[in-house]
Design a protein around this ligand. Structure first.
Ligand code: DI6
Ligand code: FE
Length: 410
């Protein structure tokens, strides 16, 4: 009798990109993956699977030397919203800046108007195809933020829609409350009062409804001040919720250092982040989330401090920032390409950034690599070289995607 576990699913004919070690792809040729329930029970050479385990596996699938990677994790999206900002895209092409559009009542506020006007089913119908595009690009885990509702009802509606998307597609969705994204018109000139409303009404209501996995804020000249961000973080931490931050995207307000000081999960964007702040991130284990789609669309020129992040050993994640204003990007693989092309990440860093480090930016330790004990979230690609995941601009997604051991795509 074999003592090996009986696999619910055994995949063979694979080349594994395990990312199991601190460096390198962790490539294993002529390999197999065994799943038990929702988890990986075996990841290694096919020769390590006994004949008994092969014959006893409930399902066996053989591939033709396909590449298997951890399923992708998109750790920063704003994909639940109504309407588009295509007209503003045209304005920006005429030379009007993102900041000018925001100051004139457009920008985030125009999406807030459309999102508030949409009922839950309409919002779900508008948003689901965007999540599906990311799924077919290889993502089994998506983070989705609120932040286009800016009142109790509309913020909770956005978060419910995000959770419904996860259930409808059979993938993991992590929800982040971003009520401190922009000042709603009814609070014009009273940003402190709005922050108070976020802390005493919106956050407690969303938390009581069980809809919040983390709390985020937009700390920026056109967003909220470091002092206001501190108040949001204090309220979140009083409820035991992890924090993350849109930090130092357009200017250096010290956002990355602020979120690190709070032991936050991630500092996102960070184009203007200083070396000293990177040091704080390293000390507190705060992940750097790189968002090259927004960098591209805003035609930014100030690069995030990549070399400093490497030197200090800060894990770099890569994400789409999928949103209607600054990054209408529906492919995490394209974000990986942009991270390489624009930020000079290596394809290996980009892949780790869109899997293991992205999971870490969400506080998830159970995914992002191919190792026994981790979730069986696995993408199978018709590719030869793992660098191809960052190399192609567009093209077919994975031929198969397993989420918790079950095929969801292919
Ligand atoms: N930074 C971003 O990249 C998005 N939000 C933020 O704070 C942009 C959101 C939008 O323009 O709708
Ligand atoms: Fe964002």
């Amino acid at each position: 009798m074999s003592t090996a576990p009986r696999f619910d699913r055994l995949l063979c004919g694979l080349r594994l990109v395990t990312l199991a070690d601190a460096q390198g792809y962790g490539l294993i040729e002529d390999a197999a993956l065994g799943f038990v329930g929702e988890h990986i029970a075996y990841a290694g050479p096919l020769s390590g699977v006994s004949a008994a385990a092969r014959t006893q596996a409930r399902e066996i699938e053989c591939f033709d030397n396909a590449l298997a990677t951890p399923a992708l994790v998109d750790c920063h999206t704003h994909l639940v919203f109504a309407g588009t900002r295509a007209p503003e895209f045209e304005q920006r092409l005429q030379g009007v800046s993102y900041t000018d559009i925001a100051a004139a009542g457009g920008g985030i506020r125009s999406t807030v108007r459309a999102t508030r006007a949409a009922d839950e089913d309409a919002l779900f119908a508008a948003s689901l195809p965007r999540a599906r595009a990311l799924l077919h690009d290889g993502c089994a885990t998506l983070e989705i933020k609120s932040g286009y509702g800016l009142d109790v009802d509309s913020e909770l509606r956005m978060l419910r829609v995000a959770r419904r998307i996860g259930a409808a597609l059979g993938i993991s969705v992590r929800t982040t409350l971003l009520a401190a994204h922009a000042l709603p018109p009814e609070f014009d000139g009273r940003s402190d009062a709005y922050i108070e409303h976020v802390c005493s009404e919106i956050l407690p209501a969303a938390h009581a409804a069980g809809l919040v996995d983390a709390v985020d804020a937009f700390c920026e000249g056109i967003g909220f001040s470091p002092e206001q961000t501190r108040r949001v973080f204090a309220a979140a931490q009083a409820l035991g919720l992890p924090v993350k931050l849109h930090a130092d995207q357009l200017s250096d307000l010290g956002g990355a250092a602020l979120v690190a000081e709070h032991g936050g999960l991630s500092a996102d964007h960070i184009e203007f982040t200083s070396d000293a702040a990177v040091q704080r991130m390293a000390e507190r284990g705060t992940v750097a989330v790189l968002l090259p789609g927004a960098f591209l669309c805003l035609r930014e020129t100030r690069l995030p401090p990549i070399e400093s992040l490497r030197t200090h050993g800060v894990p770099m994640a890569v994400s789409t920032d999928c949103n209607p204003g600054t990054s209408p990007l529906l492919s995490l693989r394209l974000a990986m390409n942009l991270a390489c092309t624009l930020f000079r990440l290596t394809p290996e860093e980009a892949l780790r950034g869109a899997t293991l480090h992205a999971a870490r930016a969400l506080g998830l330790k159970d995914r992002g690599a191919l190792r026994p004990g981790l979730r069986a979230d696995v993408a199978i690609w018709p590719l030869q070289d793992p660098a191809e995941l960052s190399y192609w601009l567009g093209g077919a997604g994975p031929e198969r995607l397993y989420v918790g051991g079950a095929p969801v795509v292919g």
